[in-house]
Design a protein around this ligand. Sequence first.
Ligand code: LLP
Length: 415
Amino acid sequence: MNLVSDGAGRLLYDGVALAEIAERFDTPCYVYSAEHLRTTFAAFRDAFAGHDTLICYALKANSNLSILRLLAELGAGVDIVSGGELQRALAAGVPAERIVFSGVAKSEAEMRLALEVGIHCFNIESEPELIRLNRVAAAMGRTAAISLRINPDVDAHTHPYISTGLKDNKFGIAHGDALAVYRRAAAMANIQVVGIDCHIGSQLTDTAPFLDALDRLLALVDQLAAEGIVLRHLDLGGGLGIRYADETPPAVADYAQAVLARLAGRSLQLVLEPGRALVGNAGLLLTRVEYIKQGETRRFAIVDAGMNDLMRPALYQAWHEIVPVRHRDTPPQTVDVVGPVCESSDFLGRERELAIEEGDLLAVLSSGAYGMTMSSNYNTRPRAAEVLIDGGQVRVIRRRETVAQLIADEQELLG
Ligand code: LLP
């Protein structure tokens, strides 16, 4: 992240003083860098340039319309997992033919909407889903392009909550059932089999599990071809990790090189669904210290952002670097950075060495992915504003929610 301290000890993000942003837009506030988004997307695009590749950004990571539009203008497609995400993508101007649809619970209404607009592919996660899609497509007089999401049963070596490619997970079709389900799909009148798909987990810091999964998928591609079921594309999912603390995820170029080596000589289009790798380090959460409180055993910095704004620490014990926006010469003290929500799990960081006082601003780094999209209104807390820095200018890309908005749907119904 492009953070530097100016001569006066003020923290600048992409050249803009974070204190100024807090002044203008208040806190808590998500701050994103357009420059970072462009650079990371270009890194993906360039790394895979030698092969026919469609990069379908997994918009669950950050679904702000302005971010979607920026990525779409650079050529990105998207991976969606709901009708809501489909409507976001369309509203942002993502072309339907660059949309792939994952998710285990696609409803008939979601299928109809996706068929109407003509998405690139449905990633089918079970046989009942396949049967339903065939029926829905037939009723509309359409044909649905599909790939089967295969559960390759590889261990992604990541947090159990974000590991998705093991036998016990609810995702995908068991590797051992794949051929049989493909044969059935190929015989369905309103289904067109076009691809194969997997997604083994998130925040992977090693390429080996990706390559294991890829090998297993390629073996299936060959077995299917021998039966006359020829696939056009292979979707390797998302999952490439980023650095939060001291992780050393593979560089995109190395990941690409390893993947492309396996695909050499094949005419399979490659589809990728990166989420975190594109946006995770493109954003931070700006928050203000409301109180410093000395407890009996611990010292707390109570800030105005909580688990409802950034849930990752509470949910996964995820570690995000927290830095003061203004440098102080006083010696740092060990504090737990906690939010206003009435839950003991409401923390952003524990045992951090920080020189801060009441009223100071803190930046919670690497919050661009799964920050705002996982936020909630718990404790009737309006969701934070989101702003985008682009070329030295800062603009609001989502207004701060108001309590009036939060209660409107109930107020109307008061007896
Ligand atoms: N494709 C599919 C089918 C997925 O389920 C996901 C993420 C992705 C792509 C994108 O994965 P990524 O490139 O971002 O790793 N809330 C968790 C992460 C959950 C990921 C869910 N699926 C977190 O905050 O760490």
